[in-house]
Design a binder for this molecule. Sequence first.
Ligand code: CA
Length: 348
Amino acid sequence: MRINYAFLAAMALLAGCASLLRDEDNLSAEDRAAFRAFYASLRQEVALRGLSPDALDASYGTESPRPVGPVLKAEKKQPEVVNTFAQYTTRVVSPFRVEKGQRLYTENLDALEKVQAQTGVSASVITALWGVETSYGSVQGDHPVIPALVTLAWKSHRGNFFKNQVFDALKVSEKSGKAPAELKGSWAGAMGQCQFMPSNYLAYGRDGNGDSKVDIWATPEDVFASAGTFLHALGWQQGKGWKFPVTQKIRTSHIKLNSRGLSAPYTLAEWKNHGLKQLPEGFRSTDKFRLYRPEEDGPTYLLSPNFDVILGWNNSSYFVFAVLTLADKLAEPPTEPEPETPAEGVAE
Ligand SMILES: [Ca+2]
């Protein structure tokens, strides 16, 4: 298919994406020259891989290729301002998100249950991830994905990872039929309602509504099918719990907890050797669990392998705990409305 990149560039400009590209005033002349050299060699690599350098250029709309200022700023600011566990969980599992999730869970039940049957991943977990990643599709990020990835390929310490994501993003553009400049997402290049990196789109993107297209931006059925496929590939175990309170006192002096209170994974057999008496039921003795005490004076938990599955999606224990807590709330049967108390003393 011939693609009119000039036309696409004009459309992109109309869409206003170029305004995100201009914030590069703080770059030194050396940096600008270094970026130009990097970009020229990137174009060559793109061509060597059988992809289109013109498509790469087209991702900048009518602008000339340049580093994306907000991406540079965001990359420098990492890690973000850190909330405490309680602050994070309260913010993410907010009454608003629970309520909206319950409504959308019900509205999309057929599509969600279809994915649950196909992948073994709970409908509530898929809904919760959808809710935490993009507030159920409503906040997907408006950074131009390819220029953002190019910027990270140039400046990030994980440059090679992001360079490969640039190549994959060009493939996503070809496969999805979305113009290069139309690909929008987070500053780190995550796209669509489930915030997939381009490589995840290629590996796990699925068509859920049968139109032969994988549209993770605007088709919830495709979002659910893709998220379910990814979680299944990460090893989700169907119907297994994730959080088991540890009520007995156990010696933890020899178990190292990281700064967020999470231990390395150990098999249930090893936990038994550590003196743990009450072990979660329905698991194999070789299943690996982590100990978690996110707050110094708060409860301690054993976390099942499904916790690690969500860690594979986003390697933050706070994120995973919040997602699975939200999923539990969405899976709860809706509470019966309080029966109206008949007004007293009303005589017919
Ligand atoms: Ca589709």
